[in-house]
Design a protein around this ligand. Sequence first.
Ligand code: PRP
Length: 222
Amino acid sequence: MSGAEFLNIALPKGRLGEKVYAVFEKAGYPCPGVMDNSRKLVFENPDAGVRYFWVKPSDVAIYVERGAADLGAAGRDILLEYAPDVYELADLGLGVCRMAVAAPESFRDEPERTLRVATKFPNIARSYYADRGRDIDIIKLNGSIELAPVLGLSDVIMDIVETGTTLRENHLAVIDTVLPISARLVANKSSYRFKNREIRRLAAAVSDAITVAKAAATEAKA
Ligand code: PRP
């Protein structure tokens, strides 16, 4: 198989990417070495026609939009924040969490005052508060968002909540849920045209693998 026929797939580094890869593997797209704990970033399996690479979760959409990757798995948070020009092919049902506004337990809102919002997601925050006609000051941070209200840098945060542990441990509480989030399979638009058969075959196999995994999880609970 020539390089041009590979499907290039961007996986988000970390726990979510490992779960995503497990689904791709079950769907018939395994690749030796992907899960090895090494510094290597690119892995290929010519027999399955796939080349995987690990990228920072917030960069997946950029790789896919610009065609460096044909496919990728990106959280809905990233897709809404960066609004990349890509096709969303499937909800992978993984990395399920929510975007929420949270504040110290003692927080009392004063609507006439500008609200200081710390977040990694300024566009989502801007649109959420614009819909509510609320004047805000966005404080863009890159991590450990929960620290901002604790240290008085912001009044509230807008961030991902999964288990709620980080909020609890920092004496913060959710005051509003903004939107539900899960990982999505996305495709580059021109790859979707030129590698249509391969991409549709992979997307169908991945959707089947997700259905099987969901059924097994439901059965295990019963
Ligand atoms: C994310 C998010 C929260 C935390 C929520 O942070 O920004 O801090 O996970 O998870 P929980 O509800 O299960 O506690 P991440 O681990 O990505 O690190 P970051 O602080 O660098 O953003």
